[in-house]
Design a protein around this ligand. Structure first.
Ligand code: BDR
Ligand code: CA
Length: 342
């Protein structure tokens, strides 16, 4: 005999199907479209590997490179190396600005080594750069993108995006948000007493991006100098036993030494990885909307991010300024990501 509630069964089956489809659609919609702009760079290499290991969460449309701590040829070669090590050669890489907008370039081979990083051997990667410049790529892509759909992970000086915005201000329409590793307030600077490298290396570019009205998240030294290497954290990565873990522990082993010595830190920071961690798990970070401006005049405060943390200026709040990060949470996430690579 058929149960009198038998009709409910197919109903449930259909509901289950609908809910499965909806969750798939929601999941797909949750995936972020991202362009990563970087100047690799030791910590940029770690950040790139972390991002490239996360195809379920991040749809990396392209990596764009900029001159930074080392010259553009080296930052572009290094981005191609990260792509090869991650086995993601279908992600295009466009080279961008070979120098800052106005100021003289500030190379930091003393910090990152002649190649941009040390601790693991470099080679000429199999695959070359995409044709065309990063600036043109940004203009074309952001112009054509659905409204506020693309996140820009900004791991170096902001020259490429600033040049794109100067030429085509309307491209802000395609930008969801720009998540910047840059700036310093409570911590003090790492190139001058008040300025952080990425902003100092092209303050005018950072100012153009700030004044374009795009949604901005700043992850400053205040946070990244508290998310440090230690023996246990390096071991948890080394224990993965894959190539990615060897590359990362090799690079960070060397890179940490310099910052530990220079700033008297108990471990080494991995600045740019925090941007990717923020994209993957924003709940690991906290901060607040504040007003920030950038010192673009040469002098002792050139490149300073003037962060009005207490709101004393009573001006428009134009950035989300991150002030705290869960250090172990970021390391666990990095370990999880690297574990997906070979
Ligand atoms: C920033 O400058 C570079 O040294 C790092 O790659 C990071 O992007 C930290 O100030
Ligand atoms: Ca960087």
């Amino acid at each position: 005999m058929q149960h009198r509630f038998a009709f409910i069964k197919p109903l449930f089956r259909n509901l289950a199907l609908v809910s499965l489809l909806t969750s798939t659609v929601l999941y797909a919609a949750d995936k972020r479209d991202v362009i990563i702009d970087a100047d690799p760079g030791a910590d940029d290499m770690v950040a790139l590997l972390m991002a490239l290991a996360s195809p379920e969460e991040l749809n990396i449309r392209a990596i764009t490179t900029v001159s930074g701590k080392v010259r553009l040829e080296k930052t572009s070669r290094n981005a191609r190396l990260a792509r090869e090590w991650a086995g993601r050669e279908s992600v295009p890489i466009y080279a961008g600005a070979p120098r800052p907008m106005l100021r003289a370039p500030v190379y930091a081979e003393n910090v990152h080594g002649e190649e941009g990083f040390a601790g693991t051997p470099v080679h000429e990667p199999r695959q070359g750069l995409a044709h065309g410049s990063a600036v043109d790529y940004l203009i074309t892509t952001l112009r054509a993108a659905p409204p506020h759909s693309i996140t820009i992970a900004m791991l170096g000086p902001q020259t490429n995006l600033a040049l794109a915005l100067v030429q085509a201000p309307e491209i802000t329409q395609g930008i969801k948000e720009v998540v910047v590793m840059g700036g310093a307030h409570f911590n003090g600077g790492n190139v001058t007493p008040v300025a952080e490298y990425n902003v100092f290396a092209d303050p005018q570019a950072a100012d153009v991006v700030l004044n374009s009205g795009v949604k901005l998240v700043y992850i400053p030294l205040d946070v990244t100098q508290k998310i440090l290497t230690n023996d246990a954290r390096l071991k948890q990565v080394a224990d993965l036993g894959n190539r990615a873990s060897r590359v990362v522990t090799g690079i960070l082993g060397e890179y940490s030494k310099g910052d530990m010595e220079r700033f008297g830190l108990p471990g080494g920071p991995v600045h740019d990885a925090s941007v990717i961690a923020y994209l993957l798990k924003p709940e690991l970070f906290s901060g607040k909307q504040i007003h920030m401006s950038i010192e673009t005049h040469e002098g002792p405060t050139f490149g300073e991010t003037i962060a009005d943390w207490y709101g004393v200026l009573k001006k428009d709040k134009n950035v989300l300024w991150i002030e705290e990060g869960d250090a172990q949470g970021v390391w666990d996430l990095l370990t999880e990501c690297l574990g997906r690579l070979s």
